[in-house]
Design a binder for this molecule. Sequence first.
Ligand code: ME8
Length: 719
Amino acid sequence: MIQKKYFTTPIYYVNDVPHIGHAYCTLATDTLARYWRNKIGPDNVKFLTGTDENSQKTVDAAAKHGKEIYAYLDEMAENWKTTWEQCGLQFDDFIRTTEGRHHDKVAEMFQRIYDKGDIYKGSYKGLYCTGCETFYKESELVDGNCPDHKKPPMELEEENYFFRLSKYEKPLLEYYQKNPEFLVPESRKNEILSFIQSGLEDISVSRETAEFGISLPMDEKHKVYVWFDALINYLSALPDGENNEFWKDADVTHIVGKDITRFHCVIWPAMLMSAGIKLPDQVFGHGYFTVDGTKMSKSLGNVVNPLDLSKKFGNDALRSGLLSSFTFGSDGDFSVERFHDFYDSRLAGGIGNLFNRVIVLINKFLDGNKPEIQRPRNYTGRSGSAEEFVDFQLHEGLFVNLESYQLYSAYNHLFELVDKANELMNETEVWKLVKEDEEKAKIVFGELLAYLEVIMLISCTLLPETAGKMQQMLGDEKKAGKAQILFPQVDRTVVEEKETPRSTVKFTVNPKLIEQGYQVKAALITIPKISKKQSKPFRAHATEVLGNLDIDAALNAEIIQVANKSYADAEVDGKHPAVHLLEILKKSGKLPNINNVVDAYNLASVDYQISFGVHDIEKIDGDVKLDFTTGSEDYTPLGSKEKVKVNKDEYAFMDGSQILCRMDCKQCEKTKITMQTKHILIYAQGNSAVDALYLENGLDEAIENLVEYCGGGHVERVI
Ligand code: ME8
């Protein structure tokens, strides 16, 4: 029987647009699928990707954008699909979990597992993080927060249907013993094995309170738990499900990130065992990207969009830049700077330059006549003819590496061949030799052509868009084609436009103030362009936030009472900024429209009743501290030309020469945000009524608004 291969990626949540982490996984899977298509024929390979849509996250995201849920899902799924197409990915199918084919299969599987007696009804009380759509044990939390989303999970108590995962503890361990290659790499397998060995508990597989999703066939009131639903996509995309040749007769390989290997290597196989379906052959758990050493996250504003890289550098640069950065399976870091260096050295200066030089010289000095290919003299490996050299390199470069998921090694093998060819050119100085001794030079060109040939063949899998151009340059058997620029120069200044250097600010707080309950959370953020206008998505978001706000309760919040008391005690005629805004809101039903930046943090300010200090970093003198006043500081309040005297022992935010914000109520004129401001210092001010997490969440919300609605980026936490 002809071997068949079925490759899948995770189906991605559509509450956001794709980033390079998602692209990494999808490009890796695409590369493996390409390799196998070449080896066993395109009809014997299937590559599936898609979107996970029945999640509470998507319901919340649609509401946040003021969109009807299905309209939002259609728009986002289209965005993911076209992003992958534009990035040059060749998937055979794209599944959405809102499709009828998926709903039918999920209902059928659920019923089957229920009929087997592996799903029962019970009640559940637990801690649930909507970010991960997962229940957590108290012991798994870090300082009471979800370890991934750094937010406290919510307490959930509801009637649920449970899947008897515990029943599959032994069968799973036996399966792992019999199939040691089921989960790779080895390090992930050890993690999962110890998780199973520590004891499996039954899991809740329905949600009574979910608004959206697939109803249980036996109980319409409940929706299928999103993970139970999502995993089934791998079957629902196949006509006839498990009876399809791409399941029953194929090697089924799931490529997933390390974050979700547990779902794929514990729950999914147990579900399949219960339903009496063959298990996938292999799961590969790849590692995670950080960006400039930090976790990629929207609230940090460091999310890298693969389309930006593809537009600027091309699809093959995106693909090779990501896949050659580190071993598939390990974690690694991404930086635009390093990506650009890679592009310059490996692609433009390496492969591009090599092809260009060789073809230009052959055209110029040999009238385009290609000499016979030769086994390269600087190749020290196995002996043999030029053809054997090409076959051997192809085998070593692709077969050996890609059949064991060594994408990183495959690229490095390719780059080494390029280095060898360049070395041969430089050692022989063939551009001089050709003028002195054409016959000798022809031999060198023959050797160089052997390198170009194998580089082109490997590139059909690793640099598929460039391989076509390489082939054109290599021409036919006799004549070389026209020289082309494979990787044009990319101007650094354009890419780094967003990265204008920004001074950083150190922030300190007098410990005595901390003892009194005063605290601060601060961050730096860069805004490309401030606008007077509010965008439509921001207005929709503001309407939703304000719709959920109890204004009177907010005006009476303890944080405001404590602030008011501190102004009274210090005999300062102050008004907390959130009170000012809440009063306007109460009177007019709206918040004022100053500019998109001020409006963005004002919204978080009323939502959390937090006072934000916001300053133009370029106008700050040195570092910032929250300290007691001596009474001799300079202070000109916002909107005033006159200096005002402050009392001794008030608290204030100060830089090297003046007061930036008196108590938490009035900022100064000098560092205010203007339409020219680009780099901002924002701090959330708290008192004894709130804890650090509350303040952090408030600051997060302000930053998310600045990132989402004002294009903010390069966020850096300073305290
Ligand atoms: O988990 N580095 O979807 P998701 C590398 N819908 N890869 C990353 C990454 C990073 N920083 N961030 C994300 C879900 N990924 C579920 C899956 S499958 C039945 C349901 C990649 O949108 C990585 O492959 O959160 C990870 O497993 C996947 O995106 C998670 O995507």
